[in-house]
Design a protein around this ligand. Structure first.
Ligand code: HEM
Length: 405
């Protein structure tokens, strides 16, 4: 007859303490971050960490549950009465339910949220929203209900934790039945050391593998963007946008307020063709094209949201364009340019200041637009509580000068 184990095995013990530390930290983090102002940058950033750690807990809990299903737990001590056994079994069952329900309800909440903020696992791997919620008609109501479920589950988990810890203290200090040792690591056990080495090895391979995969796909995107931009410089795409077949790469950067903090980004694929007639400014032309999907801020949640349908809708409207109409110089090197700016399917006439540097052959300027005027983000964020309405755009283009009359 095989002897029944009296303690949990080392893997179960590592799972227990790892998830315990993470979950207790998450309960504190969740409570703390929700006391901060909705528009605070710290709250935004802590929520992103919260989502990553929550998904890590979900993965660990699933692995832990899988391990538990194929490895029997040690039997409870015979000294325990019937009600104590029932209470122990029920509390373990509720723990499993809650540690799965909490992250899943959080994931449901962010998937239903009309704010559509993407989830990046530790800012690296994109975790998709749960699909059936993105098109639901009552997303706001659903998100609020999932938030309530998340909150109530967190309260239930705190209650369960208090009961669980109280029971452990009772066994350790009142009954003194050494029940705690069933769940403590035996650091002298050789199997523990070799198990830990294996665990560390697997983590290392997974981390390096994921890093290589992500770095590889980023490199591909950068390559693709730069190729498409340079292809146009060399490809003579002079057409309706310009009189001269001389498209050059342009610098277009933007700044907006996100949660009260300034966020700056730039379009890696922007090009312009500028023919400035210095003697006869009204004969000048300036046309620019920006590939809307190429705008990068370095904040993955924002970079992923900008090309989506509510913002630039880069699939339907891959390019934003500027086409000059008139030029009026206020001095030889400071001009006002009137032109049509088209973003998505909205075209508006704007006037922008432009300075000319004759030595370097560049023209540059800065102007501000209201994103709602171009229907950018109107559906998701009609107010400025999270993403500001005003967007400051800086540009720099190379020009060809003509002095003829
Ligand atoms: C075991 C894992 C988790 C625990 C213990 C936990 C705990 C909590 C707690 C205590 C709160 C504060 C609730 C309140 O009082 O309003 C909270 C909020 C929140 N949780 Fe979690 N959470 C977990 C996993 C997740 C996951 C996986 C996600 C998303 C992928 C998530 C998303 C959120 C969000 C977005 C909020 C803030 C809601 C708001 O801003 O009003 N959570 N969480």
């Amino acid at each position: 007859m095989t002897q029944q184990a009296t303690r949990y095995n080392n893997t179960a013990i590592i799972f227990h303490w790892l998830t315990a530390i993470l979950i207790i930290g998450m309960l504190g983090l969740g409570k703390f971050m929700t006391t901060l102002d909705q528009t605070s940058a710290l709250r935004f950033s802590l929520t992103q960490w919260h989502k990553s750690f929550g998904l890590l807990i979900l993965a660990l809990s699933l692995a832990r549950l899988g391990w538990r299903l194929v490895h029997r737990a040690p039997g409870l001590p015979v000294t325990m009465g019937a009600w104590e056994r029932l209470a122990a079994h029920l509390s373990h069952l509720f723990f499993y339910i809650l540690i799965l329900f909490l992250p899943i309800s959080g994931w449901l909440m962010v998937s239903a949220s009309p704010l559509n903020i993407s989830t990046f696992f530790f800012n690296v791997v994109k975790i998709p929203h749960l699909p059936w919620l993105s098109d639901a008609p009552n997303r706001e109501e659903l998100a609020v209900n999932f938030l309530l479920a998340h909150e109530y589950a967190s309260i239930a988990l705190v209650v369960l934790l208090v009961l669980h810890i109280s029971a452990a203290i009772r066994h350790q200090f009142i009954l003194r039945d050494k029940l705690m040792t069933r769940m403590t690591l035996d650091l002298n056990d050789k199997r523990f050391i070799s198990g830990l080495k294996q665990f560390t090895g697997v983590c290392f391979v997974v981390v390096v593998g994921s890093w290589l995969f992500v770095a590889g796909s980023r490199y591909e995107t950068v390559e693709k963007n730069s190729n498409s931009a340079s292809g146009i410089i060399e490809g003579n795409r002079g057409d309706a946008h310009g009189a001269l077949n001389d498209w050059r790469r342009a610098e277009v950067n933007y700044t907006l307020l996100l949660m009260g903090d300034e966020l700056t980004g730039s379009f890696s694929a922007a090009r312009a063709v500028a023919l400035l007639n210095l003697n006869n400014p009204e004969k000048s032309t300036l046309n620019a094209v920006v590939e809307t999907a190429s705008g990068m801020t370095g904040t993955p949640q924002v970079d992923d949201t900008l090309p989506s349908s509510a913002w630039f809708d880069s699939i339907q409207f891959p390019e934003a364009t500027f086409t000059s109409i008139a030029f009026s110089p206020s001095s030889a090197t400071s001009w006002m340019v009137t032109g049509k700016l088209k973003i998505r399917d909205v075209e508006r006439t704007i006037v922008l200041p432009m300075d000319i540097d004759l030595d370097t052959g560049t023209a540059y300027g800065r102007f501000t637009i209201n994103r709602l005027d171009f229907d950018v983000g109107t559906a998701e964020q009609p107010g400025d509580s999270q993403a500001g309405l005003n967007v400051v755009i800086d540009f720099k283009v190379n020009f060809n000068a003509a002095n003829n009359n």
